[in-house]
Design a protein around this ligand. Structure first.
Ligand code: BGC
Length: 777
């Protein structure tokens, strides 16, 4: 057995280079942005440089701490919302400015705009004894003013540079408006599409999720946290929030430590490893202890095992909610439990604000606990450069420039929106459409702009977006477009059906824009059905009866059950909520100006009864025989196949890709060595395109049963029609490690399959043996 120091640490970016060609293309397209602040591997951002810088910041924090009164210290542990934007139930009874002036509030959220931020900051640094600057937090989730696709859509791009760039753009914009802290990335793994917040994360896979967590942290925090365009990142919601039972938001989570560590924690570990200096505790109860008061999570895992040097903030009033969870009698008790668990900052709960002093007097907590929390918070403020210039993030000029939506920002949003589109079906190459077509555009999402932005759309303004309908009209130059709404998103009104069917009859091709509204996804937006809401599916049935070629474009923030739609439509394009430039991105893909290259970051089940359905499942003792899937006494259903409608990693292109010649450079791997996997990928179609080659492993026998597939690498290649290229992956002990029976990370000798292909279903495989002493069984 071989021990590794990493706990769930994944190499992420090491295995995900884009081709040089492609990178070059992207680099040219966003030259100005790159020269601003995307400099991914800059020396100043190495882990060593970060640690050295933090050590200096910690010393400065200590010196300041020595001069602080208890009341001033407690103020640093308090985070209060402004009333500018409200993201939860308001419990704010004290006027914000008075609290800042009295040093009773050291951090503010939901306040932005250079002018307003400057005013509040001026109170903190001009009217308080120690002039400690404020943190200004906000949910900058998928863009600030320029809105990118929802995070699940961003993840579908599998393009780490593009994700990093999106968050860099978001940071440049948000800091101009005075913000210095984002409550992102949301790195919760989610396997249940009922949960509305699945939209906010990177999907179901810990490897992809970790790579995205790293990209996001790099994007938000830039090459130096002290740069005026850097936002402090906050990995949330720690932890396992995405596993809420029955997909109901805020619900209880009960899971094995193995699943927690192997599936749910790796993206958090990756974010921390990449330098995220804040973490948000989750709302959920995990194995009996709410995350907000969970010492195992906040102290043991986060600080003792991972060495997290930053601070932990609660979620919105989650300290207060400890009473409802039934682990505290009252708010005093709740505050004590949270602090004892290692929670440094109370978001909007006013519990630290109101009770910490008494707790200390009563001996329920000690001075060191308070000092440790305040030191961590101040250290981050020093790292952000706030003591050197507290106004560094608010810039009238930079903010005013945003009103014109810098072209580089819009281009980055267009690029990522295009890359997030997943082509799920394209019979007889119905797509791309030819400009000049006679089209009917039907459906409730065709002419909406607000929903394009999705939930948590920051300071995004739908008026800056163009609807898909408008973009289709633009792209279909010389042709005809008849539009009919058909129905609403979720009402049962069918009065628009007749006009829609008429429009379809008169057209040569029908394009339907269907899905969910933006507010059906995100927080507090769980559903017990994952069908298209309202009467949309019925409308599809009626349109399909016209016999006209039918394209369905979907906007939604979760996997939907699309068996019926997919059988009726000739082409299906998943567009998520694609953001400010999403309308153009969708239309351009429909007309072949771009070639869809997105891949599902989450499984699309056939029906809700299959949920949870994820690719990295276990084999069970009675796996089905694919040739006889309904066989009795096998792990199956009487009324549904086991397999999903569209598997994890799936997505088509207007061209075709063929894999051949999978080779391993050895069939036995010895400890300390690595194995080279090569495969040839050819573009065998008529169009240039981007393919995402995915590498999975299967550890055939171990002391602990392993998933049938685990993603361990992916690479994107841009191939011209007719071109082919050999792709190489490296596999070492890290990729083969897992949490063994004794709960240590490492490998066990034995046979492994390596599987490579375009998605988690269509794979070629080769076998090798990991040599070593057999494990004791
Ligand atoms: C959400 C967090 C968010 C916070 C502040 C909470 O309700 O769970 O994700 O960051 O509000 O807006």
């Amino acid at each position: 057995m071989h021990n590794f120091d990493a706990v769930g640490r994944r190499p992420g970016s090491r295995l995900v280079p884009r081709s040089a060609n492609n990178l070059q293309r992207l680099t040219c397209a966003i030259g100005i942005l790159l020269s601003l602040s995307i400099s991914i591997h800059a020396q100043s951002n190495s882990p060593e440089a970060r640690a050295a810088n933090l050590a200096v910041c910690r010393q400065r924090a200590d010196a300041l701490l020595a001069r602080m009164t208890l009341e001033e210290k407690i103020g640093q542990m308090v985070l209060i919302t402004s009333t500018q934007v409200v993201t939860g139930a308001s419990t704010n009874t004290s006027p914000l400015e008075r609290e800042i002036r009295a040093s009773r509030c050291g951090n503010v959220f939901n306040a932005f705009g250079a002018d307003y931020v400057r005013r509040l900051q001026q109170i903190a640094v001009g009217e308080t004894r120690l002039k400690i600057p404020l943190l200004f937090g906000f949910d900058v989730i998928h863009g600030f003013k320029t809105v990118f696709p929802i995070p699940l859509g961003e993840a579908a791009s599998w393009d780490m540079e593009a994700v990093e760039r999106a968050d860099r753009v978001a940071a440049v914009e948000a800091t101009a408006a005075g913000l210095n802290w984002t409550f992102a990335p949301m790195v919760d793994i989610a396997r249940d599409p009922r949960w509305g917040r699945i939209a906010e994360g990177a999907g179901e896979d810990p490897f992809l999720g970790s790579a995205i967590a790293r990209a996001a942290v790099r994007g938000f925090q830039g090459t130096s946290l002290a740069d005026p365009s850097s936002l402090l990142a906050c990995a949330k919601h720690f932890a396992a929030y995405g596993a809420a039972q029955a997909g109901r938001d805020y619900n209880t989570v009960d899971m094995s430590e193995r699943t927690l560590r192997e599936i749910y924690l790796p993206p958090f570990n990756a974010a921390v490893d990449e330098g995220a200096l804040s973490v948000m505790a989750a709302f959920d109860e995990l194995n009996g202890i709410p995350a907000t008061a969970n010492r195992f999570l906040l102290q043991q895992v986060l600080r003792d095992e991972w060495g997290f040097p930053g601070f932990v903030v609660s979620d919105y009033t989650s300290v207060n909610e400890l009473v409802n969870h039934g682990i505290a009698t009252n708010e005093y008790d709740a505050g004590r439990a949270a602090l004892n668990a290692g929670l440094d900052m109370d978001m909007q709960g006013f519990i630290y604000h109101d009770y910490l002093q008494k707790m200390l007097q009563d001996g329920d907590i000690n001075q060191k606990q308070v000092d440790d929390a305040v030191r961590r918070i101040l250290t981050v403020k020093f790292a952000l450069g706030l003591f050197d210039d507290p106004f560094r993030h608010a810039s009238d000029e930079r903010e005013a420039a945003l009103d014109n939506y810098p072209a580089e920002h819009l281009n980055a949003a267009y690029h990522l929106a295009s890359e997030s589109l997943v082509l799920l079906k394209n019979d007889k190459n119905l797509l791309p459409l030819k400009p000049g077509s006679n089209l009917a555009v039907i459906g409730p999402l065709a002419d909406l702009r607000s929903d394009l932005l999705g939930s948590w759309s920051g300071a995004g303004d739908p008026r800056a977006a163009e609807s898909v309908l408008a973009s289709i009209k633009h792209d279909n130059a010389g042709g005809q477009v008849v539009y009919a709404n058909g129905c609403d998103i979720s009402s049962d009104d069918k009065s628009g059906f007749t006009a829609a069917v008429d429009a379809a009859r008169r057209a040569d091709v029908v394009v339907m824009l269907l899905g969910e509204s933006a507010d059906m996804c995100g927080e507090a937006s769980s559903r017990t059905s994952i069908n298209l809401p309202g009467v949309q599916t019925e409308l599809v049935g009626q349109i399909a009866q016209t016999g006209k070629p039918l394209v369905i474009v979907l906007m939604n923030g979760r996997p939907l059950a699309l068996e019926e739609e997919s059988s009726l439509a000739n082409a299906l394009l998943e567009a998520w909520f694609p953001g400010t430039r999403g309308g153009q991105a969708v239309a351009d893909a429909l007309f072949g100006k771009t070639n869809p290259s997105g891949r599902l970051p989450v499984t699309f089940p056939r029906n809700l009864g299959q949920v949870p359905l994820y690719y990295n499942a276990k084999n069970t003792g009675r796996p089905i025989n694919p040739a006889r899937p309904r066989e009795k006494y096998k792990s199956n259903y009487l009324d549904s196949p086991n397999d999903p409608l569209y598997p994890f990693g799936y997505g088509l292109s207007y061209t075709t890709f063929t894999y051949s010649g999978l080779k391993l450079d050895r069939d036995t791997l010895h400890p300390g060595e690595s194995l080279t996997v090569t495969v040839d990928v050819a573009n065998t179609g008529q169009m240039d395109g981007v393919e995402t080659a995915q590498l999975y492993i299967h550890d055939l026998v171990a002391d602990v049963g392993r998933p049938v597939l685990e993603l361990k690498g992916f690479q994107q290649v841009e191939l011209r029609a007719g071109e082919h290229r050999q792709i190489t992956f490296e596999i070492g002990e890290k990729e083969l490690s897992f949490l063994r029976a004794d709960m240590t990370w490492g490998t066990e000798p034995g046979n492994f399959d390596v599987l490579v292909g375009p998605n988690s279903r269509d794979l070629q495989s080769a076998r090798f043996e990991l040599a070593g002493r057999p494990a004791s069984r």
